[in-house]
Design a protein around this ligand. Structure first.
Ligand SMILES: [Zn+2]
Length: 246
């Protein structure tokens, strides 16, 4: 697929909704969720990233996330992260960044407002659904059952603040509200298979938004995009979107 060099021009009335996925973090050296055939110590990721897995063996689940926490400390943002931070600075409230990624790379790249729909690797929360305590910053590693802390409020085990398989992503009301008001959807580095994010492009189209994909591989839902810009996000994204008058 040829590299497109067109610039996306935004009018003062445009609202840009950016959705980023694992491909953006992969360009910083973070392995994608499905790398290594999706196996971790012989387990499928679906076997350690569920509420059922946590109930059965919380130490195993925490070992998985503790390894990921350590890995996340070693990576740095790439030009795609910087480009999105620049868009936010230029567009202000007319820019909304929603990421499927659980790392801090957008924030490290300078983004101020990032909605992490799948949670955050450096946060933990109470594992009880009935508990009203809030997620909190936590970069610790937990290897054994004895090391896992209990909730101060209710005494249940602490779990990673991650949206597991079978769970509803975070902040969906805000996300769908922003999606409804978007005139441009910019999707970067997501495979197009993980719902509900994979359906965002259909919703945006239904509202008449222009839809753009940026990433090294053609997404499985590419038919729904007005433009598919093939290439590394860090190479395609910088300078791609310009406000009118630039
Ligand atoms: Zn609790």
């Amino acid at each position: 697929m040829p590299h497109r060099t067109d610039r996306v021009k935004l009018s003062p009335r445009d609202h840009l909704f950016a959705l980023t996925g694992a491909g953006v973090s992969a360009e910083s050296g973070l392995p994608t969720f499905r790398a290594a055939n999706g196996l971790w110590r012989g387990y499928r990721v679906e076997e350690v990233a569920t509420p059922e897995a946590f109930a059965a063996d919380p130490a195993l689940v925490w070992q998985f996330y503790s390894e990921r926490r350590l890995r996340h400390q070693t990576v740095r943002p790439n030009p795609a992260h910087f480009a999105l931070a620049e868009l936010e600075r230029g567009l202000g409230d007319r820019f909304f960044l929603c990421t499927q990624n659980v790392d801090s790379l957008h924030e490290q790249g300078g983004s101020q407002r990032v909605v992490h729909m799948h949670g955050h690797i450096r946060q933990s929360r109470c594992s009880s659904r009935r508990c009203s305590s809030r997620p909190f910053d936590d970069s610790n590693s937990y290897r054994t059952r004895e090391e896992i802390p209990f909730c101060n409020a209710c005494g249940a085990l602490i779990r990673p603040h991650i949206c597991w398989f079978g769970e509803v992503p975070f902040e969906m009301d805000l996300i769908l509200h922003q999606l409804a008001g978007a005139t441009v959807l910019l999707t970067v580095g997501t495979s197009g298979v993980v719902e509900p994010a994979a359906s965002f492009v259909k919703m945006a189209r239904r509202n008449g938004a222009k839809t753009i994909y940026v990433g090294p591989e053609e997404p499985s839902n590419s038919a729904f995009f007005d433009e598919v810009l093939s290439g590394k996000a860090g190479e395609v994204l910088p300078g791609l979107v310009r406000a009118s008058g630039d």
